[in-house]
Design a protein around this ligand. Structure first.
Ligand code: GLA
Length: 734
């Protein structure tokens, strides 16, 4: 009898959970376009299956641009309404769509984001916007307790295409939607703020749990009945032990419906010790320059300021500024020049060799620096570039090798000058002045364009003005060009040639224009991986090439991009690097409104570890002037950065992959190997890595790179606990 009651209880609670939300995870899919596809009665049995959380390029439709349809079948239970306090509005959340969607429910259009090529004003993609459409529960198109079809017509104008950015779902708008919970934690404490955005009082229960996840132990827990007055916030302070990774789970259960909103936060726990006050030289040990091109290299070094810089063996043509550590000048003869660097202060001295290779190759190690896109989007201006550059210096990032300051989209006028010259817009009143300002500080200067008529953001681009533009860039002192396919898709379609040569062509045209300049310009290809760009990027002198669509600051985006880079492993080499897109740590926003990255601290350690293991370009995508201590620490670990900047230039390879974790191994110049043990699951994992399974010897000495700590010698296996979505990054040597 007792058993029956218990079973009944479980059934009811599972059922009620299921009735709050319909998860739409398995749509049918077809490329092409037909207005019948929106109809409830349409038979899609022969269509393919697809995941609605990852763009279609990564699911068997490489290089596909144009129209495609997703159809989700579901039963709409009327219990959704009965379980809801408010009964008037249904929410349809469809994640993000790259680039434009038209969304239909049972044949009736319920929403659209972005505009289609056939719409007035033409195509305008909105790939980074969450689609959330609302529909009245009285709407006649809804089929309560029957089969329904949500049909999403997608138009992809180029690059990544289709649904991504979260599993779609349907639920009722309810009181709980008016409640937000904001958790801010730091090292030792934090604040939880529960806000009622409604014009009615909301009673409920607030539960706060503080946990040590590693030990699976609750440190503190509290539960309190509260009444949130209309438009009111309640803030609770919490404290916990310092220097530890702490999980805080705050949940509010609304009394009328029993619906709960929960937020889980991990404090920004710092792993890396601060740099020592005695001098230490960091950054790349090798630099490439073409004969007679200007050479600029800032010696990256930490230690108590002021530091004195010295260089012996400098060939004629190069000078060192002993106060700033900037080496400049030019060398006309090809060859390898080994220079001996020394950096000292009152506490000591560090010395190291730097090899300058004068020849045809640039980017002998992946570029490190900043790009405006992930923070400022099209609202970038010269002041924002300068304030991030100044902060890169003031916060000491420059002392770890961060050097490029790259302007992305949004810097030029709609109209060219009468002679066809590109003209910066009023946000950049003096491009050459900005270049000089950066160079004087040992920083490098990057810019952005497209081989089409316009950039992705609709600004003027280089089509049929390539030589003129490259010449302008050189005159401003540009060191780096990101060249983004964007509207070149129209040219390509008009020409009707789908061969590999047609994809290479626009990059070859700009390659010639850049090579004709009297300075070196790093050539960054951005065409999202079409036609396996990694196989031919080096042939068009691409120094880096984007391998995927655009990244955003979520675990889904980070992990789907980062962990799918194994196929490109053979193509990374000094001078030529795979580019899985820019960093998404710190304050990002793609426009004027910035927010803290939505990645947890564990996910951020994974991000930087994986990008360094992959020998990726490291381009900070946040407002550095607002960078917090955690992010500065994350981007200042020289032992982690050294993996990225390793002279051998070999990308890591995926050696173990299962549903919970992956192990990647990177060969290093000194004969040692870096091993990244990545936990892709939502729970702590204890992982035992057998050295032989990943091609290592019987006994290996292990150093923890994030903590900069030797862990000792391990025979046969290395066993470690890894945080959810986190990493253990080690260097092993015999
Ligand atoms: C594309 C690129 C992004 C960024 C924007 C600018 O989406 O992939 O990195 O440059 O264009 O509009």
């Amino acid at each position: 009898m007792k058993k029956t009651i218990a079973l009944l209880f479980v059934c009811i609670s599972l059922n009620s959970f299921a009735q709050d939300k319909i998860v739409l995870s398995s749509p049918k899919f077809i490329t092409g376009d037909n207005s019948q596809y929106k109809e409830l009665s349409f038979n899609d049995a022969s269509w393919a299956s697809i995941k609605p959380t990852i763009v279609w390029e990564e699911q068997g439709y490489p290089d596909y641009d144009g129209y495609a349809w997703y159809r989700f079948h579901f039963i709409l239970p009327s219990s959704l309404k009965t379980h809801s306090y408010w009964k008037d509005t249904l929410r349809i959340a469809a994640g993000k769509v790259d680039d434009v969607d038209e969304t239909f429910l049972n044949g009736v259009k319920i929403g659209q984001t972005g505009t289609l090529p056939t719409d007035p004003g033409g195509y305008n993609g909105k790939y980074d916007v969450l689609r959330e459409y609302h529909i009245s529960t009285n709407d006649k198109s809804l089929m309560w307790d029957k089969d329904n079809v949500l049909a999403i017509r997608v138009y992809d104008g180029g690059g990544g295409g289709g649904m991504f950015g979260g599993t779609p779902f349907i639920n009722m708008m309810d009181i709980i939607d008016g409640i937000t919970i904001n958790t801010v934690t730091n090292n030792g404490g934090g604040k939880i703020t529960v806000t009622n955005q409604l014009r009615q009082a909301v009673p409920g229960t607030l539960k706060i749990q503080v946990r040590d996840g590693e030990k699976d132990k609750v440190i503190n827990s509290s539960e309190q009945k509260i009444i949130l007055s209309p438009i009111q916030s309640i803030t609770k302070n919490i404290s916990f032990p310092q220097g530890k990774r702490i999980e805080v789970i705050a949940s509010f259960t609304e009394k009328n419906t029993g619906k709960t909103k929960s937020v889980r936060n991990v404090n920004a726990y710092i792993l890396t010790p601060l740099p020592s006050l005695t001098p230490k030289i960091n950054g790349a040990k090798v630099a490439g320059v073409r004969p007679s091109s200007p050479f600029l290299y800032k010696i990256a070094a930490t230690g108590q300021k002021p530091l004195q810089y010295a260089a012996t063996g400098l060939p004629a043509g190069l000078q060192l500024n002993a106060a700033t550590g900037v080496i400049s000048g030019s060398l006309s003869a090809e060859g390898n020049y080994v220079i001996h660097l020394a950096v000292s202060n009152s506490l000591g001295k560090d010395e190291r060799a730097l090899t300058i290779k004068v020849g045809s190759l640039l980017a002998l190690t992946p570029p490190m620096g900043w790009n405006s896109w992930n923070c400022w989007g099209l609202s970038v201006n010269a002041e924002k570039v300068k304030s991030s550059a100044q902060a890169l210096i003031d916060k000491g990032l420059i002392d770890h090798g961060w050097a490029y300051m790259n302007i992305d989209d949004g810097w030029d006028q709609p109209a060219r000058a009468a002679d066809g010259t590109i003209v910066p817009n009023t946000k950049f009143p003096d491009m050459k002045g900005l270049g000089d300002w950066l160079h004087a500080r040992g920083l490098k200067f990057g810019i952005y364009s497209s081989p089409g008529t316009t950039t992705c953001g609709g600004y003027t681009a280089s089509y049929q003005h390539e030589m003129q533009d490259a010449t302008s860039y050189a005159s401003w002192g540009i060191d780096y060009l990101k060249y983004d396919w964007c509207s070149y898709g129209d040219v390509y379609k008009k020409e009707g040639d789908t061969s590999l040569a047609a994809y290479m062509k626009p990059y070859q045209v700009m390659q010639k224009a850049l090579n004709a300049q009297p300075r070196d310009i790093h050539f960054s290809l951005c065409q999202y991986g079409m036609k396996d760009v990694w196989k031919w990027g080096a042939q068009v002198d691409g120094n880096t090439w984007r391998t995927t669509g655009d990244i955003t600051d979520t675990w889904e985006s980070l992990s789907s991009i980062g962990f799918s880079q194994n196929v490109q492993y053979p193509y990374a080499q000094p001078g030529h690097w795979n580019d899985p897109d820019m960093l998404i740590v710190g304050q990002v926003g793609w426009g004027d409104q910035l927010h803290n990255t939505r990645l947890t601290p564990d996910e951020q350690y994974t991000h930087i570890s994986l990008w360094c293991m992959l020998s990726s370009p490291l381009l900070i995508g946040c407002d550095i002037s607002n960078m917090d201590d955690f992010t500065v620490n994350l981007l200042s670990n020289d032992e982690v950065i050294a993996l990225d900047q390793d002279v051998l230039g070999k990308q890591a390879q995926q050696k173990i992959k299962n549903s919970n974790y992956q192990v990647w191994v990177k060969e290093l110049e000194d004969g040692s190997k870096a091993v990244g043990i990545f936990n892709l699951s939502d729970d702590y994992q204890t992982v035992s890595v057998n050295w032989q399974d990943i091609g290592l010897g019987n006994t290996e000495k292990v150093r923890d790179l994030w903590r900069q700590k030797d862990l000792g010698a391990f025979n046969n296996t290395f066993k470690t606990k890894v945080t959810p979505h986190g990493v253990i990054l080690i260097k092993v040597m015999q």
